[in-house]
Write a protein of this length. Structure first.
Length: 106
C-alpha cells in the first residue's frame, strides 16, 4: 500500500476517495526509561530509549491506519499527518496518531 504525506501522486490519479482513516497508539510511562532519559538530559546526547519507543509507536499508528484503509478497499493513503500529544494524568502518556485519506488509485 502506498502511503504519502502529499495529496497527489505523480503519474497516478485518484479514482475514488473512500474517507478518512486513522490509527492511534498510546505509550505509557516506564520508570527505567524515564530514569535513563533523565541521565541523558543531564549529561547531554540523544535518548535512544525514547527514540526507539517513538519509532515503534509511529509504526504502530501507521500500520493501524493502513489496515483501516485496506478494509475499506483502498490501495493508497494520501495526505497523511502524524501527531504527537501528551495525554493522561499530568501528561504522563504520549499518544501518536496517524490520519490520512484512503483512496483507490488508477
Amino acid at each position: 500500500m502506498l502511503v504519502t504525506t502529499t495529496t497527489s501522486i505523480e503519474g497516478q490519479s485518484v479514482e475514488k476517495y473512500l474517507g478518512v482513516v486513522a490509527g492511534e497508539t498510546i505509550l505509557g510511562a516506564n520508570i527505567f526509561r524515564d530514569f535513563m532519559a533523565g541521565i541523558t538530559d543531564i549529561i547531554g546526547g540523544r535518548s535512544k530509549a525514547y527514540e526507539e519507543s517513538l519509532r515503534e509507536a509511529r509504526d504502530s499508528a501507521l500500520s493501524e491506519m493502513m489496515q483501516s484503509a485496506q478494509q475499506m478497499g483502498a490501495n493508497a493513503v494520501i495526505g497523511v499527518d502524524i501527531d504527537y500529544e501528551t495525554v493522561g494524568p499530568n501528561g504522563g502518556m504520549l499518544m501518536v496518531s496517524a490520519t490520512g485519506t484512503a483512496v483507490v488509485l488508477r
